[in-house]
Ligand binder design. Sequence first.
Ligand SMILES: CN1c2c(nc(N)[nH]c2=O)NC[C@@H]1CNc1ccc(C(=O)N[C@@H](CCC(=O)N[C@@H](CCC(=O)N[C@@H](CCC(=O)O)C(=O)O)C(=O)O)C(=O)O)cc1
Ligand code: HCS
Ligand code: ZN
Length: 771
Amino acid sequence: MVQSSVLGFPRMGANRELKKATEAYWAGKATVESLLETGKTLRAAHWKIQKDAGVDLIPSNDFSFYDQVLDHILMFNAIPERYTKYNLPPLDVLFAMGRGLQKKETESSPAIDVTSLEMVKWFDSNYHYVRPTFQDNQEFKLNSTKPIDEFKEAKELGITTRPVILGPVSFLQLGKADRGQSVTPIDLLEKLLPVYEELLTKLAEAGAESVQIDEPVLVLDLPEATKKAFETAYSKLGKLSSAPKLVLATYFGDIVHNIDVIPSISHLYGLHIDLVRAPEQLSDVLKAIGDKQVLSVGVVDGRNIWKTNFSKAIGLVESAVHTIGAERVIVATSSSLLHTPHTLESEKNLDPEVADWFSFATEKCKEVVIIAKAVSDGAETVAEEIKSNAASVTARATSKRTNDAAVKDRQAKITEEMYNRKSPFPDRIAAQSKTLNLPKFPTTTIGSFPQTSEIRVQRNKFTKKQITAEEYEKFIEKEIDDVIAIQEEIGLDVLVHGEPERNDMVQYFGERLHGYVFTTNAWVQSYGSRCVRPPIIVGDISRPAAMTVKGSKYAQSKTKKPMKGMLTGPVTCLRWSFPRDDVHQSVQAEQLALALRDEVIDLEKAGIYVIQVDEPAIREGFPLRKGKERDDYLTWAVNSFKLATAGVENGTQIHSHFCYSDFQDMFSLISNLDADVLSIENSKSDAKLLNVFKKEEYPRHIGPGVYDIHSPRIPSYDEIKNRIEEMLQYLKPEQLWIDPDCGLKTRQWTETKPSLTNMVNAAKHFREKYA
Ligand SMILES: CN1c2c(nc(N)[nH]c2=O)NC[C@@H]1CNc1ccc(C(=O)N[C@@H](CCC(=O)N[C@@H](CCC(=O)N[C@@H](CCC(=O)O)C(=O)O)C(=O)O)C(=O)O)cc1
Ligand SMILES: N[C@@H](CCS)C(=O)O
Ligand SMILES: [Zn+2]
């Protein structure tokens, strides 16, 4: 009989209970006990959803108060000394590593000031994990029993779960040496394995029959040493005398290029592969796995919200069953469902036509069960479900909402000139210095200013029609006035309107474009307690009316300094939406680019001569492996940015912003965008990043972020000055802009004002020095 399984369930709760409880704890408004209780209630509720759906293999330890990788850092005691020296309780150490901690000295405790560990994209998803950092003399020990405790907690509720742990190779490979250290993480494997042995033994003692051990790095191009590490790790862990059955899980790509690793894991109980992302790997993997191993086939998409096409999924599962037999096949979600919203049930305002095409986490649990039953007991046992699924799939494929002839016509008429600015950069910057008249080391911010609870409350009232559009607009204008006054007072050079009208930088545009639908409660965790509500691309995209022009024009009318227009770029709009799965991403990006091109030109016509088109997601869209897909991406991602931005005059300055910094392997992409000014995340990266810009003699202007906006701590004047000094070793004074790492929407005003004041003062210091 084919079993059904889920690789992980979203942890925030149907109404983001975890977010609210965590933030209340951070704000000192709730006790640790109440936070722990919320966690326990959510875990129980999520296990019950899966149990009620009939899922055979239900995950535990997929819950986390911040991030699952961070939990492993704490669990293996890979905690840098700067976080342990204050003797904080474990949960506070966890949060300090996740978000930094700054506390004034009191009579009973010293001042605390630690920055967070680095936060990075989880593969090509919009989830972020905390990167493990290792010391040269790193030692590990089992420092927490979280997976065992949560397994027991579920058992007490009558639910036998399959704990999920991150495998040793991925844990090390996804980490890095701490600042000032030179250790190669994978070399620490021998030291780490005994801790895994202890953990697995304890899980077996607690009654765990099987464990899902995630090794997602297997979908990447791996160095030889890492491939060998699989052999070392799994020959040990696979042969433990008392360990649960291990199912090694891979996701977000195929593992065929690492197929030679499979023999080293063939003494494990099973292997999970992602057949949504890479269905073609099935036959190769079937040939390569051992003759007893179980294959878990991920056929229900853990990364998107479309209903599974049952007929296709059943076909894939049956071909696996045909080769290795039903007893050796598990039907699964392709990855953890962490990347999908909790339940479609919460969406009361969706048009029923499109709602019928969707499936969120709760619904996906039912899908794996139905597919498993169809294969095990025969399609006739779930005939109704299969029939209604087929009807939904056909309705979507043939709906008028998915096809717009005018959009396709415009795409067909794109010409080569539309991709290129009128003149090369030297001519443009000369024209821009006349229009903008900026000082050396110009200062700016990335766009958003604190989204205060008052802003959110007013927007909520407006959404619920408790205030009129006019009242809301007045409120937003007042916010813009205040933000401009503050920026003038601080002395910034290129101002922004602060983005108070935006719920989110992608959702806001999704709500204004044809071809999109948006949700009311479909939240997905982005990092820590922060969530996003990605809009959904259901059809061809177009812009029915200007989206930001009125607000930017208003803001410019309130200041003599240049006001920067703020847009989200085509690739980011695409990547942070739930995309269509029926047309290629490049087609969707091109449609978005055309819509944004019109907006950019309209902004310029309205007197906005600095326009920033944010592309923070351009990095995550970069295909995970070298090859054709990546090469193609480099072309279409760059083209869509250029198509969106190249329609302006030389004197209009195009900025772009990226807050993820792994540019080493994609410098050409960044450079080919031909943006006049780039602002990039830098405060948590080391000099390697800037070195790339130096080595490649990057010709245009650049503002590497001088402080980390993800942390509540305030950077001092000296700290920022030192940062700039460091940057000047790599960049020329005339190309350097001074700005924070990213937008300030998640910060409080009490942090924002002093931080920006220190930043502007530091810029002034260099202005004088280089006068
Ligand atoms: C920059 N990033 C973004 C990513 N993806 C996006 N789609 N958008 C991004 O900005 N990916 C990478 C990074 C990740 N970073 C962040 C940073 C910050 C957040 C964040 O702050 N999220 C907010 C939610 C933002 C939002 O949509 N707000 C809405 C709704 C607010 C709300 O919760 N309203 C309440 C009622 C009002 C109240 O009483 O407060 C409700 O509905 O219950 C809005 O402002 O209108 C967060 O709080 O998590 C995310 C990713
Ligand atoms: N303009 C956006 C960019 C975030 S990546 C902001 O400032 O929030
Ligand atoms: Zn950013």
